[in-house]
Design a protein around this ligand. Structure first.
Ligand code: PEP
Length: 256
């Protein structure tokens, strides 16, 4: 059985004060919910404070939005895995489509980051997904397979099991245009089949695959109810503590 995992990707939003105000409401409304794993992914500048506030929670963990693959040295502006560990970060989002398109991250770069994260005992949330042009050209499976094979290269079965995959169709991110449950389920089933080819069926059965792309309180339950959808990576709606609690509770209400 795969425990659902719901993550809040705040992107370049939230000052430390705003993050604290979010947590005041979110943690109160969440109560003692423990049926799902929750990850809050603030910008780097709010990691320390958010981590402090989450230190007593067994349900809500801390995540980072990116990470360098190098261990240390002359890489101005970069943040290493050890620096994240220092702040009690447990998860790190890697290969988000915004990083791939705006900052030129290739599958080879993402692969180096995913492997560096595992080396430091951080759990990667690896994002994959097709653009609208690729979907229209009927290339969804080809794109997903290329991204998965490239990003998961040279990794052990244990490392793959401990990687969370986020299927994020680029055309659904921040657009309000959500994939239908059928489109999302088909892509997730394909991702699981591909993991079985890269590793084996036992690994594929254990890997958690999140859906991301305009998840909101009113569509979360249907999406999270699909057999191969094990969670959600939420952008816009995760900035509102009440909306994000509703999404978390939708996940918790579904038997995996
Ligand atoms: C994201 O940034 O990962 C995302 C899915 O954003 P949104 O929920 O706003 O589409």
């Amino acid at each position: 059985m795969r425990k659902k995992i719901i993550a809040a990707n705040w992107k370049m939003n939230m000052t430390v004060g705003e993050a604290e105000a979010f947590l005041d409401t979110f943690l109160l409304e969440l109560g003692d919910e423990s049926g799902v794993d929750v990850v809050i992914v603030p910008p780097f500048t709010a990691l320390a404070k958010v981590g402090e506030r989450l230190s007593n929670s067994s349900t809500v963990k801390l995540g980072a939005q990116n990470m360098a693959f190098e261990k240390s040295g002359a890489f101005t502006g970069e943040i290493s895995a050890a620096m994240l560990r220092d702040l009690y970060v447990r998860y790190v989002v890697l290969g988000h489509s915004e990083r791939r398109t705006l900052f030129g991250e290739t599958d080879a770069i993402v692969n180096k980051k995913v492997r560096a994260a595992h080396e430091a005992s951080l759990k990667p949330i690896l994002c994959v997904g097709e653009t609208l042009a690729e979907r229209d050209a009927d290339r969804v499976e080809e794109v997903l397979e290329t991204q998965l094979r490239g990003s998961l290269a040279d990794m052990s079965s244990k490392e793959i099991v401990e990687t969370v995959i986020a299927y994020e169709p680029v055309w659904a991110i921040g657009t309000g245009r959500v994939a239908t449950p059928e489109q999302a389920q088909a892509a997730h089933a394909f991702i699981r089949k591909t993991i079985a080819m890269i590793a084996d069926q036992a690994v594929a059965d254990k890997v958690r695959i999140q859906y991301g792309g305009s998840v909101k309180p009113d569509n979360a339950k249907t999406l999270l109810g699909q057999p191969d959808i094990d969670g959600a990576l939420v952008g816009g709606a995760s900035l509102d503590p009440r909306a994000f609690v509703e999404i978390v509770k939708a996940g918790a209400s579904i038997e995996a």
